[in-house]
Design a protein around this ligand. Sequence first.
Ligand SMILES: Cc1cc2nc3c(=O)[nH]c(=O)nc-3n(C[C@H](O)[C@H](O)[C@H](O)COP(=O)(O)OP(=O)(O)OC[C@H]3O[C@@H](n4cnc5c(N)ncnc54)[C@H](O)[C@@H]3O)c2cc1C
Length: 431
Amino acid sequence: MTEYPPQDADENSLWNDGAIAGPVIEPLTGSLRADVLVVGGGYTGLSSALHLAEKGISVILLEARSVGFGGSGRNAGLVNAGIWKTPDDVQSLIGPEAASRFNLALRDSPSLVFDLVERFNMQCRAERCGTVHIAHKAGAMAYLEDRCRQLQNLGAGVELIDGNQAHVISGSPVYRHGGILDPNAGTIHPLSYARSLAHAAIDQGALLFRQSRIESLTRRDDRWLATTTNGNVSAEQVIIATNAYADANSEGVRESILPVFIFHCATAPLPADVAASIIPQRQGLWDTDSLLTSSRIDAEGRLVMSAPGRLPGTQRPIRRNWLMRKRDRLYPQLKGTPWAYQWSGQIGVTSTKILRVQLLAPRVFAPAGYNGRGIGVGTVMGKRLAESIASGNRDDFPFPIEALYREKWSKIRAGYHDYGTLLLQFFNHRG
Ligand SMILES: Cc1cc2nc3c(=O)[nH]c(=O)nc-3n(C[C@H](O)[C@H](O)[C@H](O)COP(=O)(O)OP(=O)(O)OC[C@H]3O[C@@H](n4cnc5c(N)ncnc54)[C@H](O)[C@@H]3O)c2cc1C
């Protein structure tokens, strides 16, 4: 049976082109039992299922649409370590002991991703070519220098690069102030990585179902019972991995984050000489601008850029044109090149900009709020949840587990962000 297209009908994501086929999976019918139920087929849910199955724990994963339908099939594919906040920020928010576990767990997250790719021979265009947090102006270097120092104190193998190196790495006349290079990071084809995780999880014995939205989760005789339109699953423990795509059926997750949009535009494959002049060593870049953009060249020589915002109706030309102006300023050799693809996705933002693991009810875990940094984080999260469930011991789990949490005024704040970025992009004629 063919998978549903993982993107909304009116957007044409680059990642649908050239993604590997997902595993052939069916909607859930009938009644099943497992040790653990995982809800959501993104990196978090798939990594949980894979690592649980590897430990011989019976696991069923229910996905409302198709594997990679959420952020995991739509992102920029930059496999970065850590989170947006610096290690010191994490420390001041959760205290030194908890921060040490938290920061160390995510310091090497790209290694886990690239190790899985190698171990399971995943065909997801993984390239450990490094990523660069790049300064868009000289004034941004003070922040990057401090960030780099904190990461180095943590033992991360990052290095500060100067203006000339930034210019050579990016091929841009704008990025000439410096940045932080993480040579251990890299890029992937995001949807192929999600589908590869699904293949690996199934190979290890996990049962996956598509088009199987959970509609209720209730307690029955010390177990949890999840129902879908045509079936149900009884499990001892549950991981709700719906993150920014949480629906009304996982309200505890939905209300704990602000759903914020990011969009992408990509060119068609560029002529070889032009493609070679932009980010020639193929690192993934993201800049320090307040309207942050990321840039990468994919395996076929297309420039892929991302920026804040969504793409419905009249917003689309405003955002596309703004990103084209910015692109032409960053990479003037592309002037006149049309965008060939555009798509968007939601990230789960938290007020603290730190991810959250809620204990929604006894033995119901809900990790969410990765703030746009989820390839490494989701993969690590799934592995560490699996380890904690397998050992029955939460002492080694590196992320604080909270009781129920609500972000206040989440819809209004997300709307404010959305229209705020739209206005900035509309009035920013320079790009
Ligand atoms: C445009 C964009 C660019 C990004 N760029 C990067 C990047 O370059 N690097 C990086 O590290 N991170 C990036 N991110 C963030 C990253 O993609 C996410 O953090 C990550 O994919 C989250 O994975 P997840 O498994 O937690 O959630 P998701 O991948 O969102 O998966 C949640 C799943 O739950 C399912 N679901 C929802 N409700 C139900 C239900 N009731 N029953 C069953 N299933 C349900 C959804 O269909 C969905 O498939 C980006 C995100 C976006 C949107």
